[in-house]
Ligand binder design. Structure first.
Ligand code: TXE
Length: 486
């Protein structure tokens, strides 16, 4: 049928930048100082999508310089004035919601239903929420100053939403930003920069430098950046921690996970099966807090797996812009290869493989909903993040065993507990090592609730009051306070 209106709008926007996107520095698009660029591809077709500027040290220098210059003025604005800017950004996101949702679906491969109903509205909500904190900054955070110039490096699984998680609190509290989107998915960040300028955000407050890992490293190493906020792989998180050690930079890391999804024998089985759909097939399983380790109590394991397989059979994998699909494409061939290799290894380790026998799109990077059951806790598929639509299932007998299995991980990002006995659920929840625990639910987020990990899943919180403190530093009022003592 004919392309929907927003599709045309998105294709027009892409066509306008067909000769290539620049970095967004000091309120305008500029080419790379080196003239170097790289290409990105559409996950669902493999077709060339856009040419992006490759950020070098000189580009990062320019962006940090612009952010530094803007920071003094931005921080001097009263909170209510910054709040007005954040409200304007939130409304801009809502006004252009369809365009952003379509560009995101094309660029990342995720279903339009998700970008439309989750990524984009939640991003707007983050700007509204943090506009509120800016509004009352002088009273709520009287003893704090902004950190300064913040370098933010984000991944490809929720490109626009992760931008909002990072940019909204930073700007609200008086910081300026140099953000590097992931190389696979930079388009909504560039679109947002364009929209933000139109909405009156002062030049230099938000700068976007595109590029691969090397570009991120230049931001991390830059001497005039006060803080790094990173979301991505544990491996790169470790490098960034090493590189910032002793530099005086503040750091927050949101890294990988292998979150347990625990189903007790008294759980609402259909509810829990639907929970698994949200936990591991949402966003093709490319979710840092995905419920990727399914722990099922022995007595219901057969019944649960039977129902789960039946439900898998009804999932639809297809083109991201088709409103009727449940799963779209994997972000890039390299990620598809990684998923395939890990599943192969899981089977070699003795797991039983079940894949839904459903129609799969031709071309592009697609992977079917998959269940590996009878997995050994020591198998690589039980310990490593697969970051794909692969549920990995094990059984347990007692609550103690469930807790032990759940906590047997180097990660500690999230966990989900399913039981109709609230006492049991809450007792188990309290003993899990995880930054967030959901009871009879999964993958619930809100701008007002801090999110973050434990162990090798990183540190620092995003969202809510605690997230604000990550973008503030205490100011030394000690002398005055001491004088005020009787
Ligand atoms: O992540 P990277 P990748 C996990 C997931 C996935 C794996 C690999 O298991 O399969 O990581 O994904 C930038 N200095 N997660 O390789 O490399 C990079 O350009 C500074 C979990 O894509 O960590 C991108 O912008 N920056 C995760 C960002 O870091 C560097 C989400 C993340 O990319 C850099 C994504 C360097 N040396 C992947 N090297 C989650 N927690 O949600 C790369 N980058």
């Amino acid at each position: 049928g004919p392309a929907p209106e927003a599709d045309i709008e998105a294709r027009t926007w892409l066509a306008r930048h067909a000769s290539g996107f620049g970095h967004f520095i000091n309120g305008t698009f500029v080419p790379s100082a080196s003239g170097r660029s790289f290409d990105t591809f559409e996950p669902a077709t493999g077709n060339l999508l856009a040419r992006l500027a490759s950020g070098d040290k000189a580009d990062v220098d320019n962006a940090v310089g612009a952010a530094r210059k803007a920071q003094t003025l931005w921080a001097k604005l009263p909170g209510h004035a910054r709040a007005r800017h954040l409200y304007a950004l939130a409304r801009t996101i809502q006004r252009h919601a369809r365009l952003i949702a379509v560009v995101e679906a094309i660029d990342n491969g995720k279903p339009i239903r998700e970008t439309r109903d989750i990524d984009v509205p939640l991003a707007a909500r983050h700007f509204y929420h943090h506009a509120g904190w800016a509004q009352i900054q002088e009273t709520e955070f009287a003893d704090h100053l902004p950190v300064g110039v913040v370098g933010q490096i984000i991944p490809w699984n929720f490109p626009f939403l992760m931008l909002a998680w990072k940019v909204a609190p930073a700007l609200a509290l008086g910081n300026t930003v140099v953000l590097k989107p992931a190389e696979f998915t930079s388009l909504t960040a560039l679109l947002f920069a364009e929209l933000a300028a139109t909405a009156g955000l002062p030049a230099g407050v938000l700068n976007i430098v595109t590029g691969e890992g090397e570009t991120g490293a230049h931001i991390v190493e830059h001497g005039d950046v006060d803080k790094i906020a990173f979301t991505g792989s544990t491996e790169v998180g470790r490098i960034i921690r090493e590189r910032t050690a002793g530099s005086g930079k503040s750091l927050t890391l949101e890294l990988g996970g292998k979150s347990p999804f625990i189903v007790f024998d008294d759980a609402d089985i259909d509810g829990a099966v639907e929970g698994v759909v949200d936990a591991i097939w949402f966003n093709q399983g490319q979710v840092c807090c995905a419920g990727s380790r399914l722990l099922v109590q022995e007595g219901i394991a057969d019944l649960f797996h039977k129902r789960l397989k039946r439900r898998m059979q009804t999932l639809r994998v297809g083109q991201p812009l088709d409103k009727c699909i449940d799963m779209g494409a994997i972000v890039a061939p390299v990620q598809l290869d990684r998923i395939e290799a890990l599943v192969k290894q899981g089977v070699a380790d003795g797991a039983a493989l079940h894949q839904a026998k459903i129609e799969m799109p031709k071309g592009g990077s697609f992977y079917p909903p998959t269940l590996l059951s009878g997995v050994q806790p020591t198998s690589i598929v039980a310990t490593e993040e697969i970051f794909g639509p692969v549920a990995v299932s094990m059984t347990f007998r007692t609550p103690e065993e469930a807790i032990q299995l759940a906590n047997h991980s180097r990660y500690g990002l999230a966990a989900s507990v399913w039981s109709e006995t609230i006492g049991l659920a809450l007792n188990v929840a309290a003993k899990l090592v995880a930054g967030v625990v959901w009871v009879n639910a999964t993958n619930l987020f809100d701008a007002s609730a801090g999110f973050g990990g434990k162990r090798e899943s990183g540190f620092g919180r995003e969202g809510g009051r605690e997230g604000c403190y990550e973008y503030l530093k205490p100011k030394a009022w000690l002398g005055r306070k001491l004088r005020a003592l009787p």
